[in-house]
Write a protein that binds this ligand. Structure first.
Ligand code: IPE
Ligand code: MG
Length: 261
């Protein structure tokens, strides 16, 4: 009965409640499909990654108008180092491509940039660029853009565990005080709201080590569009799918649904 009533709700207005009729505040996107986009056109993968930067610009520009306040994008994973060296160096050049084109605008439009993931392992010029983007936008609070670069969900959790263990070994932290909240404070996403909606374009249906902890109650939306073709309409469609979901965060089906059913 409950399942049937949820289906009818999906076709009508979503219920009020956390994330109900509103847009998802925190959207996270796995920017995937650059290589296939290029291959389909007989182009080198490099050009797919460059086209992906254009899609990122479009998506960041569109997000605030769709009610999104936090946008987290997966740019380079701790596993992407296993790609051919030439492709890795193209991927490493993408932050410069993006920030050269857009950092001034982000700064002016009140966007705060934050890089997630390990700085260690990145070339000093890439670290400097990420630091500069953070520093120049540190006073902004209209919109929050997190760029996950050299990021892995498992690596981030392991790093947090190590930091907490070090603090405990040094007597700065009582192990008994470690709970979900304290643990989350050790992640590179500390202080961000949990992800409401995780989107993956390109047809793949997996998280690939993105926001493992933060995804606990995220709604997952998979889209067939390849990332370089992503635009405002794609994001609006993902948000429409999110809005049709009945989020319960482990709670029971609410009374009004049972009554309605
Ligand atoms: C996303 O596109 C870019 C990164 C993962 C860094 P891909 O390069 O994964 O594109 P496909 O999956 O091969 O199409
Ligand atoms: Mg891919």
């Amino acid at each position: 009965m409950a399942a049937r009533s949820r289906t009818s709700r999906e076709r009508s207005e979503p219920a009020p409640g956390p994330g109900g009729p509103q847009a998802p505040l925190h959207v996270a996107i796995v920017m995937d499909g650059n290589g296939r986009w290029a291959q389909k056109r007989g182009l080198p993968r490099t050009l797919g990654h460059r086209a992906g930067v254009e899609a990122l610009k479009r998506t960041v520009a569109a997000a605030p108008g769709l009610g999104v306040r936090w946008l987290t994008v997966f740019g380079f994973s701790t596993e992407n180092w296993s790609r051919p060296a030439a492709e890795v160096s193209e991927l490493m050049a993408l932050p410069k491509r993006y920030f050269d084109a857009d950092l001034k605008r982000l700064e002016r439009e009140g966007v705060r940039v934050r890089a997630l993931g390990r700085r260690q392992g990145l070339a000093p010029d890439v670290v400097a660029l990420l630091d500069e983007a953070e520093r120049r936008t540190a006073g902004n609070d209209r919109f929050f853009l997190q760029v996950a670069f050299n990021y892995g969900g498992q690596a981030d959790i392991a790093d947090a565990a190590r930091r907490l263990a070090e603090a405990a070994a040094e007597g700065r932290l009582d192990p008994a005080s470690i709970d979900e909240k304290v643990f989350a404070g050790g992640l590179s996403t500390a202080g961000l709201p949990p992800a409401d909606l995780i989107v993956r374009p390109s047809g793949e249906q997996r998280l690939s080590n993105f926001l493992l902890w933060e995804a606990a109650y995220a709604e997952l939306v998979f889209q067939d569009v390849l990332w370089p073709d992503y635009d405002e309409a794609s994001l609006a469609a993902a948000i429409a799918a999110f809005r049709a979901r009945d989020r319960r965060f482990g709670g029971a089906v609410s009374d009004d649904v049972l009554v309605a059913g």
